[in-house]
Design a binder for this molecule. Structure first.
Ligand code: NI
Length: 178
């Protein structure tokens, strides 16, 4: 297991449509373990594989004791609209109110390749939608009005985080969210 560098806004892999995985194999197992370790080190609540440079449809979620992996997730049902503040490990120190579905039903494979059905609402539903967006090459900035997006992109470029290699070496001291 390893804590991996996190790709930041500007890294092309964050904009890729991630590839579906055929089945849970040892590579996937190792990737999932690394994702959990990296998410925990960065004190996030979710992390998608392309955020560590691997464009495959795998993400992990960790909300206190509720920790699970999403492999090839598909949203089966969604309901309601809810707006709350979000951040992203790939865009440190930038936050915005994002509107998403209040509740969702998702089907995904777990690390053993077993199909699981997850019903979620509130923060859990929000984090899952945020991670599935990552797998489709979307960031929470894309969910904002063009004006708000411009303001935050400008703020990002002025922040010290917009480095040429678009990589963040995670240390347990750094702190952000999804
Ligand atoms: Ni994110």
């Amino acid at each position: 297991m390893a804590v991996l560098p996190i790709h930041l806004l500007g890294s092309p892999v964050l904009r890729e449509q991630s590839a579906t995985i055929d089945s849970a194999d040892n590579n996937t197992r190792e990737l999932v373990a690394d994702l959990f370790e990296t998410m925990d080190a960065a004190e996030g609540v979710g992390l998608a594989a392309n955020q560590v440079g691997i464009a495959r449809r795998v993400a992990v979620v960790g909300l206190d004791d509720d920790r699970f992996v999403l492999i090839n997730p598909v949203v089966l049902e969604s309901d309601g609209k809810d707006t709350a503040e979000e951040g992203c490990l790939s865009i440190p120190d930038i936050y915005a109110d994002v509107t998403r579905c209040t509740s969702i039903v998702v089907e995904a494979l777990d690390v053993d390749g077993k199909r699981q059905r997850i019903e979620a609402d509130g923060l859990k539903a929000r984090v899952i939608q945020h991670e599935i967006d990552h797998l489709d090459g979307l960031l929470f900035l894309d969910r904002l009005s063009p004006f708000k997006r411009r303001v935050l992109t400008k703020r990002w470029k002025k922040s010290g985080n917009d480095t040429p290699n678009h990589l963040l070496d995670v240390t347990p001291a750094s702190k952000t969210s999804g």
